[in-house]
Ligand binder design. Sequence first.
Ligand code: TMP
Length: 224
Amino acid sequence: MSHFIIIEGPDFSGKSTQIDMIDRRELYKDHNVFFTREPGSYLPESEERCEEIREQILFGNNTLIEEANLFAESRYIHTQEIVDILTRYDNAVVISDRYIISSLAYQGYAQGLDKDVVYELNKPSLDLLNEHDITIHCIKFVMPEEEWERRRNLVMISRDLDEIEKKDISKEVYEFFNNDEIFFNWTDGLNMKVYEVNAENNKETVYKEFKNIIDIIREDLLWH
Ligand code: TMP
């Protein structure tokens, strides 16, 4: 059985660091494990086009609807390859650093794009997953607000901002991921299971929890 795992959470929650740790330690050498990300793609067929769109999103001058469209367009190209991998191999795992939940959080909740519009734009991707009976396993990184603010302040002074960061919506995005009522209201249209990682601890502790969840997802599915 193959698995589609997405890692979601606000900026500064340590998602990418944790994904790199898993990748570097080659935990799943025995399986076909593919690491990818959005916006963009690390998968061979979709990488060139999706990374081009990533540049256009992060450094172009887009209206909100153009931005949401670009994410959805890139996501559909990406999703076709994800589905192809998951259906081609018996025991593949695709782990994506962000997916559709980020559009619901950043374009929807934080910037005010209607929920139905976000779902409509992403319908081709969601239909494709549903046609192949693929469940989204979402690992959500959460942490207390104080710790998140501490990290944000550390990171923000040391880097140039992209167009999304310039919008200054990180607080709303934090709220989306850390308030269950908001999160489950916005994600109720998805065929998805949600798992939480408490990201406030040190890297190694978070890593144990993160890896444990991935193991649970894989074992759970192997029993079916
Ligand atoms: P990254 O910093 O995780 O690579 O993501 C780039 C930015 O894109 C980040 O600020 C989150 C944002 N984003 C959206 O606004 N909508 C989306 O659908 C996705 C996937 C990312």
